[in-house]
Unconditional design. Structure first.
Length: 554
């Protein structure tokens, strides 16, 4: 006979998840593999000649890049004298400033860094994240996509996401040739919601750069780096080629960050028996050595790998923290669902939401997951109310705000009308009044009329090959009667010239003022310091639409 309790437990959502024991030889260990190197550093004539037990003549290309570009040699020898436990305690100690910690952590080796975070439990890591994130004010990023690559729906969803509080928005495509339509739709739609929203279109790197050069996007983050040489070269890449690509973006005024995450090397079959966290630490060092201002990490699309292992979600938090310890902006993932369990999904997110990161999600799905072309986020549009109430319950700033139904309808309708007028002025396929009406009230792409895919793809291809740029968007918006949106789009293009939003952790507020690690530097040193909810922000968070107003009670 079976235990009825165990039969009931078997039916719980969490038991639909996949789990596996540690398998060191295949790299299926989250942290502290027996194959991870022991930390060491030797410098001769201003050059690193030994790194983590390996002599320079034995360096692979990643070792060489890290040794030559990623470690602060001025502080390295002194920093390496501290024990890993001493460094871990300094990171958590509220009497030791972030700057003091960075003087040490930017001078230690990858193996030393993993030894440091291994001394911390998740509560201590969260304390460290609260102090070590670059920008004082936490923020959030979202995904805006749909199965049909419908430009009207993308514009409406982007506008709603903007008023919900997302400071960055990312789209991608189901059909590659739709990329310019999606890029323009999210760019313009977001500016309808609030001027100053940064947007991107995630596609293969050449097209992504071309979209940016045309002025259709304002940042990029899907430039991946890896922790073993074999995985890196499988993509015909090297750390130097990635650094060159990063400079191409920066030279055009485009904000950008790299992407990496625990588990990618094991997933691609070349983990060299090393732990996921050690290999991810090498990726973080490559990012710093490339001069890139930030990193999207937290396992990202590989989350199923660490999520199946003991301590795997702890390792994900550890990699976020290491990015901060290298003085990088951190967009801390939470952007791919990994569990059937709502409890696990929430627990994984709280590790970043409670202490706050530069971007708590690098892709909260602002659409239902059935329309999410990034394979579905840890939270989606159907979780908005839960997320807002979590902020309210815990008095924590998760970057979002509750909105009313009337606010959503109004901004969605305007965004749909704006993109309708722009398409008309640019000579793109017609957007009908029926589509505008549908996008105003839609929840998902099934609620939209079908478009002529052949005509759309033909126009999109001509758009990417033609001479239309961001300036033409401004002209088209103005001619169609939407001067306010034209002004916001022009404001984003001006940012490309000034380059101010290339600063670490830069976002733009509603007045197009930069908020970054330069002018909003994290100064947390215990209670009463660092980021605190303003009275205005707290009023915004706590006044959810479905709360009973005592003044309305007779």
């Amino acid at each position: 006979m079976r235990s009825k309790r165990f039969e009931a437990l078997e039916k719980r959502p969490v038991n639909k998840d996949g789990f596996i024991g540690e398998w060191v030889d295949e790299g299926l260990v989250a942290m502290e593999s027996i194959n991870d190197p022991k930390s060491s550093l030797k410098i001769e004539d201003g050059k690193i000649v030994e790194l983590d037990g390996k002599k320079r003549e034995k360096f692979d290309m990643i070792d060489r890049f890290i040794a030559d570009y990623a470690i602060n040699l001025e502080n390295a020898e002194e920093a390496m004298k501290f024990s890993s436990l001493e460094i871990a305690r300094k990171i958590v100690d509220i009497h030791v400033s972030r700057d003091e910690v960075l003087d040490i952590t930017t001078g230690i080796t990858p193996a030393k860094m993993t030894e440091v975070v291994a001394h911390m439990n998740v509560v201590e890591m969260m304390m460290a994240v609260q102090k070590m994130r670059a920008r004082k004010t936490p923020s959030n990023q979202c995904h805006v996509t749909n199965l049909r690559d419908n430009p009207v729906l993308i514009a409406a969803d982007a506008a709603e996401a903007a008023i919900r509080g997302f400071d960055e928005q990312e789209t991608t495509i189901g059909i590659v040739r739709y990329a310019p339509f999606n890029a323009i739709s999210i760019f313009v739609g977001a500016q309808v919601g609030r001027g100053g929203i940064l947007t991107q279109c995630s596609v293969e790197e050449a097209t992504e750069l071309e979209l940016g050069m045309k002025g259709f996007t304002s940042y990029a983050e899907t430039v991946s780096v890896y922790g073993t040489e074999q995985v890196f070269t499988d993509g015909d890449d090297t750390p130097w080629s990635k650094a060159f690509l990063a400079s191409a973006y920066a030279s055009r005024g485009l904000k950008m960050r790299f992407t990496s995450g625990t588990g990618s090397e094991a997933l691609m079959g070349n983990a060299e028996g090393k732990s996921m966290l050690y290999l991810e630490t090498r990726c973080i060092y490559i990012t710093r050595g490339s001069g890139v201002q930030g990193l999207q990490n937290g396992s990202v699309s590989c989350i199923g790998m660490p999520g199946s292992l003991p301590g795997g979600i702890r390792a994900v938090l550890a990699e976020n923290l290491i990015a901060m310890l290298m003085d990088l902006e951190c967009a801390s993932a939470n952007d791919q669902t990994f569990s059937h369990s709502d409890i696990r999904r929430t627990a994984r997110t709280l590790l970043q939401m409670l202490p706050g990161t530069d971007f708590i999600f690098s892709g909260y799905s602002a659409v239902p997951n059935c329309d999410n072309m990034f394979a579905g986020s840890n939270f989606d549009a159907e979780d908005f109310d839960d997320y807002n109430i979590l902020q309210r319950d815990l008095k924590v700033d998760g970057g979002l705000r509750p909105i009313s139904e009337s606010e959503a309808i109004k901004v969605r309708n305007k965004a749909a009308r704006v993109i309708q007028g722009l398409f008309k002025e640019l000579g793109l396929p017609e957007i009908t009044d029926e589509e505008v009406e549908a996008a105003t009230y839609a929840h998902e792409s099934k609620d939209m009329p079908e478009r002529d895919v052949v005509e759309d793809l033909k126009a999109a291809e001509e758009l990417i090959k033609g001479d239309i740029t961001g300036i033409d968007l401004v002209k088209g918006l103005s001619k169609s009667g939407f001067d306010d949106v034209a002004k916001s789009v022009l404001g984003m293009l001006k940012q490309r010239i000034s380059g101010d939003y290339l600063q670490t952790s830069a976002i733009l507020n509603k007045d197009f003022k930069i908020v970054s690690a330069i002018n909003d530097k994290n100064d947390y040193m215990g209670p009463g310091s660092g980021y605190r909810l303003s009275d205005e922000r707290w009023e915004e968070i706590k006044n959810i639409p479905n709360a009973i107003n005592p003044e309305s009670i007779d």
